[in-house]
Design a protein around this ligand. Sequence first.
Ligand code: NAD
Ligand code: NAD
Lengths: 207, 207
Amino acid sequence: EFPDPTIERLCCYRRILSALLAAGHARVYSHELAAAQRVTPAQVRRDVMLIGYSGSPVKGYDIAGLLDRIGEILDPPGGVGVVLVGVGYLGRALLAYFAGRKSPIPVVAAFDVAPETSGQLIHGCHCYHIDELSSFLSRRSILVGIVAVPAEAAQKTARELIDGGVRALLNFAPVQLDVPQNVYVENVDIAVSLEKTAFFAQSMSLE
Amino acid sequence: EFPDPTIERLCCYRRILSALLAAGHARVYSHELAAAQRVTPAQVRRDVMLIGYSGSPVKGYDIAGLLDRIGEILDPPGGVGVVLVGVGYLGRALLAYFAGRKSPIPVVAAFDVAPETSGQLIHGCHCYHIDELSSFLSRRSILVGIVAVPAEAAQKTARELIDGGVRALLNFAPVQLDVPQNVYVENVDIAVSLEKTAFFAQSMSLE
Ligand SMILES: NC(=O)c1ccc[n+]([C@@H]2O[C@H](COP(=O)([O-])OP(=O)(O)OC[C@H]3O[C@@H](n4cnc5c(N)ncnc54)[C@H](O)[C@@H]3O)[C@@H](O)[C@H]2O)c1
Ligand SMILES: NC(=O)c1ccc[n+]([C@@H]2O[C@H](COP(=O)([O-])OP(=O)(O)OC[C@H]3O[C@@H](n4cnc5c(N)ncnc54)[C@H](O)[C@@H]3O)[C@@H](O)[C@H]2O)c1
């Protein structure tokens, strides 16, 4: 299969390609994709070859064709089904963002412990009380759970999602989740992005 | 200097090392750091050697010493000064998160166009009206700006931050910002993390 960093690059290429297509471009060169993504043109060409697509050195890649090919690799045929747990500031920002971007992987339901959240429709997503999570998971085939609850509730949330059949977690809570071997965990930490940005701010300003 | 991916790994190592220290550990082996970060133990050893630190194959690395060394590399001596523009759902989630994590790089001020936000103290951060941004930047040495405004306001926000001396942007708005050569832009896109997670959910569930 494909290693983790290659999948991440393919997801990033797809965002850039969609933006170019929306802006009316039909073709793109490997060096253009590379510049927007901070990788080398050779890395782009290797990735595109790996997924069995080809372009021409003179005319570049056909954007729509490359997008279709990346979609075949990234988007599972039946869809994966995603639920969000924790509809606070972060949860609401994510629901608004995914709805606005028409993400290829919509969030089908959201869960929260706060009684006033259940029954609401937030950016097109039905919100339920957390007590309804396991029965929801038993009725639907959900493979991905987004964990956007406070740190102390995160492990229990992860356990309930996994017991309901979820096989991958997108985790924002600042804890290391304890999960079985066959469950993938993607930890997002915006503090890391901030620290990286601060480092380059310093080295840019010294130039 | 250090390449982009190395800096990102050092930031990630620092989060893991801080968590281990807080949990009462004094030493760590390269394979333990590697496992938490999905890199190889050899990559960890190469990174640690690159920053001029050493441990012992028998006892591992001293966590406090390694943290100090990473801090010397990552944290600029005088601090960089960070401001946030856009105090909506995402902005508030970030202010709460950075305050809770006692991030080594605190957000010193936040700005928004909504009149009711100015004058507030949110998670210890003073909020001002956006009209006060340029005068604030002229009085303080701020090198980093976080862009958490809607897409249509992002380019203007970036322009104002850069005119005020900011040299690096942490951008959440779904637009490609047009900036001069000497400004670093880190684009965060959680939709990419979700798509990557969904891909691995599918391949995990096939096993
Ligand atoms: N990793 C990052 O970069 C990053 C960035 C921002 C926030 N965060 C983290 O994301 C989480 C959410 O942040 P926020 O600002 O939205 O917090 P918040 O307090 O606004 O939202 C948390 C929500 O979770 C709900 N909740 C609490 N316990 C629950 C449970 N057991 N089951 C279901 N729902 C429950 C609450 O009712 C609330 O709506 C926190 O853990 C925070 O540390 C991480
Ligand atoms: N990249 C990602 O993964 C990701 C995730 C979530 C949200 N987002 C993006 O982050 C941004 C904020 O999202 P949100 O959910 O917090 O939206 P929001 O509407 O809740 O917040 C936006 C805030 O910006 C303020 N604002 C608008 N124009 C402004 C201006 N010219 N100057 C200063 N402030 C201004 C508004 O008053 C509001 O408080 C959006 O662009 C959204 O698309 C990105």
